[in-house]
Design a protein around this ligand. Structure first.
Ligand code: ADP
Length: 618
């Protein structure tokens, strides 16, 4: 490296150092303001950190140039100074001797106490602004003219009031924490205890070891609340981690815990006295701004802040505190909203949908009930009409029945006479008589069947469904009408399916369908008066799961009337009523079937189909 290079290097190095290093500012800072912030232990306390953030933000909010803040963490609670100790004074004095300080901001009571005891050494004429100091302490002090600030007004009295407000039955207050000589923050606590013990039973557990405390808090009397101050020194004067002690007490305690430190909330205490760090920071910055613009300290009186109760919702619930007992202006933390609060709209929507669905289901059920009632009613009416129809048709075929009965009755009579003759012979011919008796029995059963069928047709009016064999019904009707067919000289030809065709139906109504169709066929044949006089009846399986029944005749056929024959009161007969096919169609449709008529070269044919009952078919 040449000499020239070396000089260049030295120039840049010096420039770099000027830019990067924080050089103590000399007395000449122009309009720029500098303050010294003396704090107890900024880094260890989230509360003080929040305070400082809000303070700094507000202080510089409307400034072109930020205030220079020198900060000293004195940590006096952990390192208390003896009155004759001057090391710190000397150190501070030396450190800041060349620095212009426009105001000293003192955070907390202990730091203020220190500064007021030692301040004659420096900053005699500098404005001193204290904050977060104890109201009761400040009231006891006579402050120099260059000092003003903000106090916090809260103490043991407020803790007791808060306990009584939350749990009105509170009768005992157990105090846990450092003894008075090790509690620099609560100087007035002993006086407060003495004053309040008149109204409430105070169980003073200060100065006990942690194991002793763990045992004691398990056995506290009913209606006790614990006031946890701070436990940093145990009975053997060993240091204790406050949070660790609190955690142990919380775990064992049979009583709710209250505190005057908002940082404890969330770690077990039910309630704490709280001064919002943000508000304190901003209010302190406001006061400082007034000092920095040159307002006289005498025109800035000491102001005090009142606390807000800070509550842990989970602990309130645990100790059964009613919501009505929450003090006014309290701040509730760790609140767990109910499902209703979280999903109000969703739950509302679900309930609305369920309500709509239930209403629809209700309406549908009602509709179904009405429809069932209507179906039952129409079936009842159909049954009544069908019954009337049977009575009408009964007169038509009663003659045929009478004719049919004459044969078995005449046969029974002649057989009886023959039996008498065989019995009078000597010896009586018992074998012949037995044969005759068999014939008499057969003729009697046939006559009985005919009468039974007739009675079934004429007495039953209500519809009852059962498994019915279609082929059997057809045969029964053919038997029944055989006499009438014979009178009219019509041949009945049956062509029945070779399988059992089972349908679910009212057997009497099915018989009536067949009777109506066959009587109509007989009438059509009479009207045609042709040479071929026959009716063919077919049964078959139709479209896999239906039964088809067809009645074909050699009559006049339906011709152009085919569209109207199922209409009520449509008739082409002189004495007709036009109801037979309408009722027949109604019966078939009520059984889930359909009916239709066709013209064919020989005459007419009527088909009807019914759903086949699969079980029966098998
Ligand atoms: P009614 O027998 O009292 O006239 P129906 O309802 O039984 O009443 O029949 C209505 C009409 O349908 C009959 O008047 C007839 O004109 C016609 N009809 C019914 N069955 C047949 C058939 N097998 N062949 C031709 N016409 C028929």
């Amino acid at each position: 490296m040449t000499m020239k290079d070396f000089r260049l290097y030295r120039f840049f190095l010096t420039l770099f150092c000027c830019l990067c290093c924080t050089v103590p500012v000399s007395a000449d800072t122009g309009n720029q303001k500098s303050i010294l912030l003396l704090s107890p232990n900024m880094l260890n306390s989230p509360y003080l950190y929040d305070f400082y953030s809000a303070f700094k933000a507000k202080l510089n909010a409307e400034r072109a140039e930020p205030v220079i803040i020198y900060e000293e963490n004195l940590d006096l609670s952990r390192f208390p100074l003896s009155s004759d100790q001057t090391n710190l004074d000397t150190w501070l004095k030396t450190k800041y001797k060349d620095i212009k300080i426009d105001a000293v901001v003192v955070v907390g009571q202990t730091v203020l106490n220190y500064l007021l005891t030692h301040q004659q050494l420096m900053w005699l004429d500098t404005p001193i602004l204290f904050t977060l100091a104890s109201d009761s302490e400040i009231r006891k002090m006579s402050l120099p003219v260059n000092v003003t600030g903000r106090t916090l007004k809260a103490g043991f009295f407020d803790v007791v009031q808060m306990a009584k407000a939350l749990l009105p039955n509170t009768q005992h207050i157990a105090i846990i924490g450092n003894t008075a000589e090790h509690d620099v923050y609560r100087n007035d606590l002993p006086d407060e205890i003495a004053r309040l013990s008149v109204d409430i039973d105070i169980i003073d557990l200060r100065g006990k070891s942690l194991p002793e405390l763990e045992l004691a808090v398990k056995q506290l009397p009913k209606n006790t609340a614990i006031y946890f101050t701070a436990l940093t020194v145990d009975d053997k004067l060993r240091k204790v981690v406050n949070e660790f002690a609190l955690e142990k007490i919380v775990r064992q305690s049979n009583a709710p815990i209250l505190a005057d430190n908002p940082n404890y909330i969330g770690f077990g205490p039910m309630a704490a006295i709280s001064f919002d760090a943000g508000i304190q920071g901003r209010d302190t910055a406001d006061l400082l701004n007034q000092i920095l613009i040159g307002k006289k300290i005498s025109s800035l009186p000491i102001s005090k802040s009142t606390f807000i109760p800070l509550l842990d919702w989970r602990e309130l619930n645990r100790w059964g505190v009613s919501k009505n007992n929450y003090p006014a202006d309290s701040e509730v933390r760790f609140y767990v909203p109910t499902a209703w609060e979280l999903y109000r709209w969703q739950i509302g929507l679900i309930f609305s949908v369920i309500t709509v669905l239930l209403t629809l289901v209700g309406a549908l059920l009602l509709e179904r009930k009405r429809r069932n009632a209507a179906v039952a009613e129409s079936r009842h009416r159909l049954a009544q009409i069908a019954f009337m129809n049977r009575k009408i048709t009964a007169t038509v075929y009663s003659e045929a029945i009478a004719h049919e009965l004459i044969h078995p009755l005449a046969a029974i009579l002649s057989n009886t006479e023959a039996a008498q003759l065989f019995l009078n012979q000597c010896p009586p011919q018992i074998a012949m008589v037995q044969e005759i008796l068999v014939n008499i029995r057969r003729d009697d059963l046939r006559a009985g069947d005919l009468i039974k069928s007739m009675r079934g047709l004429l007495t039953k009016s209500e519809s009852t469904e059962s498994l019915v064999n279609v082929n059997e019904v057809v045969q029964k009707v053919l038997n029944f009408l055989a006499g009438e067919a014979k009178i009219r000289q019509v041949q009945l030809i049956e062509s029945l399916a070779p399988v059992t065709l089972i349908v679910i139906a009212d057997a009497i109504q099915l018989q009536q369908v067949m009777v109506n169709l066959i009587l109509n066929a007989l009438d059509a044949i009479d009207e045609a008066d042709g040479a071929r006089r026959c009716i063919s009846i077919f049964t078959a399986v139709h479209e896999i799961n239906n039964v088809l029944v067809s009645v074909a005749d050699t009559g006049v056929g339906f011709d152009e009337n085919i569209e109207r024959v199922f209409d009520s009161f449509f008739t082409t007969k002189e004495k007709g009523m036009g109801l037979g096919l309408a009722i027949t169609e109604a019966i078939v449709q009520a059984h889930g079937g359909r009916i239709w008529a066709e013209n064919c070269p020989d005459g007419g044919v009527v088909h009807f189909s019914l759903p086949l009952s699969i079980n029966g078919f098998r």
